[in-house]
Design a protein around this ligand. Structure first.
Ligand SMILES: [Zn+2]
Length: 436
């Protein structure tokens, strides 16, 4: 089926490029050795493809480094598979041993009295659903990873454990960023692999209250210098107007980030290569962003460094949803853009993209800093039923990419970007974000 839909579309090497990056750099969290290797690879790769203006722009990034972790149910003694959340502090040298308090959400925790929480390890048992619109499900679940430690510490908890925000029943815990708050004590935070979270959940279902011993080491190094990597295909007739196509070069540290986001890097570099053979009216600028995962510092640095040029950004597009098939195209632009965008539905339908929809939140996380400048944005919604098995885990390797799916994704990206890059008129500026 998918192969038929790809008939007549250009051949793609997106998966090969993703594997080249992950083989060259491995895990590449901001500030790590892999981060530097990835930037060196990207500069070489862009030059080899034939992009112009290939350059690195410096970005100051946080540099967090994971150490060993052990999580153990004290009685009956049993080890659990877990990973520190990115940014977590260490436990004291002897670890933390405390009774576990199970809650199913931050709201449920907030409803408890401080006396019920004080001195406990809070266990956030909030499962994520496996659905095609995976980011919707992720968005409903991931608050316990980002803010759980703050909510738990406010009530006097000594550590925070979460059920991994993911969908795999393999013993691969999902890491990801977590935050602390100035005026709230910092407590260590980790994610249990889903089968290990299930162990705790079953003990609670039987009326038991397990105690857990958590020993976690991590180091917050001084900030480091990383960089965004840029390269261009010069526009034929409107070279000073820019169509940004992006992905993020960094990954979490547990694995080499094959689908998150080497796949996106492969797709945008392939789209750029296709444009070299047939340059569009406007300049296509590939941006491989630094530090998407634990800071968004690359995207912020881009918006600052290019502030004067943002009014010349016609559209920005990012691929950061794995390697799954595209099934919708979302776009954000001002009133009056519908007529210009409508013909794209016909170009994408043969690929199996079901709809082209106006949406105020189009695009990936790296496009957020462009919102304040009203830059119109595009994003493909991808089938995420397998993505969250791999996302932020040690199992995220490039062999998991389905060659036909990434070929469809690349074709959909190319058709979409080609359409907007060649529009006769500028797209009207996107509505500005509402103040929080
Ligand atoms: Zn990503």
């Amino acid at each position: 089926m998918l192969a038929q839909r790809l008939a007549g579309q250009p051949a793609t090497r997106a998966q090969d490029i993703a594997c080249e990056l992950t083989d060259a750099a491995g895990p590449r969290l901001a500030g790590s050795k892999g981060d530097a290797l990835a930037r060196a690879w990207a500069l070489e790769k862009m030059k080899a493809i034939g992009l112009t203006n290939v350059r690195e722009e410096p970005v100051t990034v946080p540099h967090w480094e994971r150490g060993p972790i052990s999580v153990e149910i004290v009685s009956p003694s049993q080890p659990l598979v877990a990973a520190a959340l990115g940014g977590s502090i260490s436990t004291p040298p002897g670890g933390i041993t405390a009774p576990v308090l199970r809650v199913t959400s931050i709201e449920a925790l907030v409803a408890l009295s401080d006396d019920q929480v004080r001195g406990k390890i809070v266990y956030f048992d909030k499962p994520m659903q496996r659905v095609r619109d995976g980011f919707a499900s992720y968005g409903q679940t991931v608050d316990v990873r980002g803010k759980g430690a703050i909510a738990a510490a406010k009530k006097g908890a000594v550590a925070s454990l979460i059920r991994s925000v993911g969908t795999s029943n393999a013993r691969f815990p999902h890491t990801g960023s977590m935050r602390y708050q100035e005026d709230v004590p910092k407590i260590p935070a980790a994610a249990l692999a889903i089968p290990d979270a299930d162990i705790l959940t079953r003990l609670f279902a039987r009326g038991q209250t397990p105690s857990v011993k958590l020993v976690l080491e991590a180091t917050q190094h001084p900030d480091a210098t990383s960089g965004n990597i840029l390269g261009e295909v010069k526009g034929r007739t409107k070279p000073d107007e820019i169509v940004l196509i992006g992905a993020h070069l960094d990954s979490w540290d547990l694995g080499p980030g094959g689908v998150d986001d080497a796949a996106g890097v492969g797709v945008v570099l392939e789209v750029a290569r296709l444009f070299l053979a047939e340059p569009p009216a406007r300049t296509v600028r590939v941006v491989l962003f630094a530090n998407e995962e634990n800071g968004l510092k690359g995207a912020r640095a881009y918006a600052v460094a290019h502030a004067a040029e943002l009014p010349k950004h016609h559209v920005a597009f990012e691929v950061d949803g794995g390697a799954g098939e595209a099934w919708q195209l979302l776009w954000t632009a001002g009133e009056g853009a519908d007529a210009a965008m409508a013909p794209l539905a016909k170009k994408l339908a043969p690929l199996g993209v079901e709809a082209v929809l106006r949406n105020d939140d189009a695009g990936g996380a790296d496009l957020i800093p462009l919102e304040a400048a009203g830059v119109p944005r595009l994003g493909l919604k991808q089938d995420a039923r397998r993505y969250f098995d791999l996302h932020h885990t040690a199992d995220d390797t490039c062999d998991k990419i389905d060659p036909a799916e990434i070929a469809q994704l690349t074709a959909a990206a190319w058709q979409s970007v080609r359409h907007v890059a060649n529009l006769p008129e500028r797209l009207p500026a996107a509505p500005l974000p509402k103040p929080e």
